[in-house]
Write a protein that binds this ligand. Structure first.
Ligand code: SIN
Length: 357
């Protein structure tokens, strides 16, 4: 009898514990999106967007990410919170796109070149001398070209919000001034992962190396690499100028970013907040068009003041020679890029190069 009671009592306790654990668990799960921010009293549910990127906070992308986070907070009255993780502290540039697609992080903003193995049409933005002025860039990003590129991401579980700009790329080296293509022969150059970039350097007889952004400094310092190409703000913030002796202001390529969010996560965000987030990303783009130009110009002045690097600026005539030299690349990649985007390239370039705008 006693034993029967004991068994019943134990069974009852066991069931009660299981029920308590289950209730506790579902309560915690449903609470997971609730705000941890004590100042935001009254928020029953807060959507957290973790935004990972690989550059420093004081760069065009670093500042844009923080501005975007502030705009999203204001527009959604705190219902959506963007947490920014700079300097590759969550994911390196080689990992971030896969992490986004798996849903391990909600937002990333990789440089265009890093999207080219997933979506080969994005190679269009790596074509050398694609843009001549910042105005050309703005027209392409906010026009049909930008729209087509962002839509292409849909089928890869990615929602493309907008494009952010950084600036024109410049060349640096340790081995001598880089004035004409033949100056590159035999030099080991760091490139971002992109077939257009690889071909571009191979055409000049250089040896391209795909190396992650956060490993570039060390590889330049130890002379594993002779040179690299990047924007002034990246050359400045990563101190590449301290380990390079020559820089050419070539404006030969353009570096910008796809601002991307995981598609499934996006689809689950209520419509009103989706609109706020889109608005915030576009307002940040508008702001960045001016800021990045200012920042690149100011940091070029600082590089000139602080370092022993010799800086050469291509003349208009040299620029034109270089542009002609790379023309065969347009033909070579038009199949990968597709007619629709190549037509946009032609339209944009006819507005710039022929008129001398
Ligand atoms: C970045 O600006 O995100 C890094 C670009 C690079 O890998 O050079």
């Amino acid at each position: 009898m006693k034993l029967r009671h004991f068994i019943s009592l134990s069974f009852f306790i066991l069931i009660s514990v299981c029920i308590a654990i289950t209730i506790g668990f579902s309560f915690t799960s449903s609470l997971s999106p609730i705000s941890e921010d004590d100042e935001q009293e009254g928020l029953s549910e807060q959507i957290i967007i973790n935004f990972s990127h690989v550059v420093a906070e004081n760069t065009p992308k670093g500042l844009a990410a923080q501005r975007f986070a502030d705009l999203v907070r204001d527009k959604t009255e705190g219902h959506v919170k963007v947490e920014v993780f700079p300097n590759g502290m969550l994911f390196s540039d080689g990992e971030e796109i896969d992490a986004l697609r798996r849903g391990d992080v909600e937002m990333v903003a990789p440089a265009f070149s890093k999207l080219t193995s997933l979506v080969p049409q994005w190679q269009v933005l790596d074509l050398p001398f694609l843009f001549r002025t910042d105005k050309d860039v703005e027209r392409a990003f906010t026009g049909e070209m930008g729209k087509i590129l962002l839509e292409l991401l849909d089928e890869h579980d990615i929602k493309g919000l907008t494009l952010w700009n950084n600036g024109f790329k410049q060349m640096t080296s340790n081995r001598g001034p880089l004035i004409m293509p033949e100056d590159f022969v035999g030099q080991r150059f760091r490139i971002m992962p992109s077939n257009v970039l690889r071909e571009q350097f191979e055409m000049m007889g250089a040896i391209p190396n795909r190396i992650g952004f956060n490993q570039v400094y060390q590889n330049l310092e130890t002379n594993f690499l002779d040179g690299q190409e990047n924007t002034i703000s990246n050359i400045y913030s990563k101190r590449f100028y301290q380990v390079q002796n020559y820089m050419t202001i070539s404006n030969h390529g353009y570096l910008g970013y796809g601002v991307l969010i995981n598609k499934k996560f996006w689809d689950d965000i209520p419509k009103e907040y989706q609109e706020d987030i889109l608005e915030a990303s576009n307002e940040t783009s508008d702001w960045l068009f001016e800021q990045s130009v200012l920042m690149n110009n100011q940091q070029l002045v600082r590089i000139r003041q602080q370092s022993n690097i010799q800086i050469y600026e291509l003349s208009e005539q040299e620029h034109e020679q270089w542009r002609k030299y790379f023309e065969p690349l347009y033909k070579k990649f038009e199949g990968d890029i597709g007619n629709e985007l190549m037509d946009e390239v032609k339209k944009n370039q006819s507005k710039s190069y022929s008129r001398g705008s």
